[in-house]
Design a protein around this ligand. Sequence first.
Ligand SMILES: Nc1ncnc2c1ncn2[C@@H]1O[C@H](COP(=O)(O)OP(=O)(O)O)[C@@H](O)[C@H]1O
Ligand SMILES: [Mg+2]
Length: 290
Amino acid sequence: MEFAVSTDDTAPNGAIPSQIPNIEVEPATEPTIAHPLPRVLAVANQKGGVGKTTTTVNLGAALAEMGLRVLLIDLDPQGNASTGLGIENRGLERSMYHVMLHDEPLENVVEPTDVMNLFVAPASLDLAGAEIELVPAFSREQRLKRAIDSVIDDYDYVLIDCPPSLGLLTVNGLSAAREVLVPIQCEYYALEGLGQLLRNVDLVKRNLNPQLDLSTILCVMYDARTKLSDQVVGEVREHFGEKVLRSVIPRTVRLSEAPSFGQPITTFDSSSRGALAYRDAAKEVHRAAT
Ligand SMILES: Nc1ncnc2c1ncn2[C@@H]1O[C@H](COP(=O)(O)OP(=O)(O)O)[C@@H](O)[C@H]1O
Ligand SMILES: [Mg+2]
């Protein structure tokens, strides 16, 4: 890609690329099917820093606020979803690592959060080793699925925060889920590499989980001051059609501050733009279940 984009993405009349890097696969625009409760969604995108964890936490909190019982599974060794909900994951005796590698029942690691109806199965750093430790393990791609099957009756939504890779942890996430939710950043390189994710979703679908449906795309970190944001949203809608939520998540400092207070945006700053946007997105997501 030769085109150099101005990094000053706040410039209202900044350079606009004539073409955004393309997705290297066929458009996936067929309308999404109905998804009855309970729903299991993997929040995936192999890039880091694109808003997976922020989306998992805040969409989860917004669904919980609607009275739905939500379990958030932290599958990222960084454990940002856990700490972002006020769960101290250092020195945890039992975490998703033990569920994935040592057959610990999932219900034993689930913790309540300060948000009613919102529960989290925390990750700890040792989960990083799971990518390797899982390789020789029996039924290594289906461990999370079996764990979730044992608790699914207790929840309306299970949201899986996947790590930024396409390794065995993400494969477990995709095998356990019925749906994939992909957050896409409204930025120049956002669509690059998405083809790889879509191919992996397809591989898992063909080999492990025929029911898997890439049901939901959420545009995040939208900056109303840039034409680029609109251009990316336009491209994404053109490519993914009905799968793209009408709600778009703005880029706001409040959303990035909330995790350090161990709270989702819905309680940290309940009337902020970020909170309103994630509530809108949650309503839209839930519409597919009703
Ligand atoms: N809409 C947003 N506005 C501002 N900052 C955001 C927004 N979404 C995410 N962030 C920040 O961007 C960084 C990466 O987001 P994160 O959700 O952790 O991405 P991922 O889980 O994909 O690595 C974090 O510091 C987060 O607080
Ligand atoms: Mg993350």
